[in-house]
Design a protein around this ligand. Structure first.
Ligand SMILES: [Zn+2]
Length: 229
């Protein structure tokens, strides 16, 4: 396994690190982003923990390539705000459209360079989707015709099995969100694009742990790692 650190938006006030990890053998490419919204802390902590595990060799990418951008919007994170404008509405909406924020321009360029077959964007949201279907907390989201749907249904089933409190169980949500990183990766790069949303009102350690489990399952689904935890 080979891991290298790089800088996105280098030399600008948006500069942030990303990591490229190559497995021992060829396989699929996955891109993981967190901190597109600066106040969704558990997703950022999970992405940073993932990078830490990889650095310490406690998690190994066996096949393929993983790209991790653990904290996309540092400016928003400093202020613990979602970000203004909302970065997740600034990605290209069609093949004629262009990203309209320095960070979405650079992120989408990185995605175009690697052409990931999986694009995983980590977020957090209000509410519990299993209690209130209007809410996005505890969901995995894909576009309605996404090839990722069977995999995310399997992941949600696996995730929910040990969850005793029904309210905390995850649901699958299918929606188009124009301008989002997920939609751009799905629509323009034909990636299996997934948004992960944990619920803000749960304890931080629970949210980070859910995010980690989901990452582990997605990495296993794409065969970048060997086993499901
Ligand atoms: Zn978000």
């Amino acid at each position: 396994m080979e891991m290298k650190k790089h800088l996105l938006a280098k030399g600008t006030r948006f500069e942030t690190s990303y990591f490229v990890i190559h497995g021992k053998s060829k396989g699929k490419t996955m891109m993981i982003t967190a901190g597109v919204h600066g106040n969704e802390i558990a997703s950022i902590l999970a992405a940073e923990r993932l990078v830490g595990l990889l650095e310490k060799n406690r998690l190994r990418i066996e096949k393929g390539t993983l790209i991790v951008v653990p904290l996309v919007n540092r400016q928003a994170y400093k202020l613990r705000i979602r970000g203004n404008p909302d970065l997740n509405r600034t990605f290209p909406r069609s093949d004629k459209d262009k990203a309209s924020h320095r960070l979405s321009v650079e992120l989408f360029q990185l995605a175009k360079q690697y052409r990931p077959s999986w694009y995983v964007d980590l977020h957090e949201a209000n509410g519990l989707s299993n209690i209130n279907p209007q809410r996005l907390g505890q969901t995995l989201i894909a576009d309605p015709k996404s090839a990722a749907i069977p995999a995310i249904k399997r992941i949600v089933a696996h995730l929910n099995r040990p969850i005793v409190q029904k309210s905390r169980r995850f649901t699958v949500r299918l929606q188009n969100l124009l301008g989002s990183g997920r939609h751009a990766a799905y629509h323009l790069l034909k990636a299996n694009a997934v948004t992960v949303e944990t619920c803000w009102s749960l304890p931080m350690s629970t949210r980070v742990s859910f995010q980690m489990k989901i990452l582990n399952d997605i990495l296993a689904e794409a065969n970048l790692i060997n086993t499901k935890a």
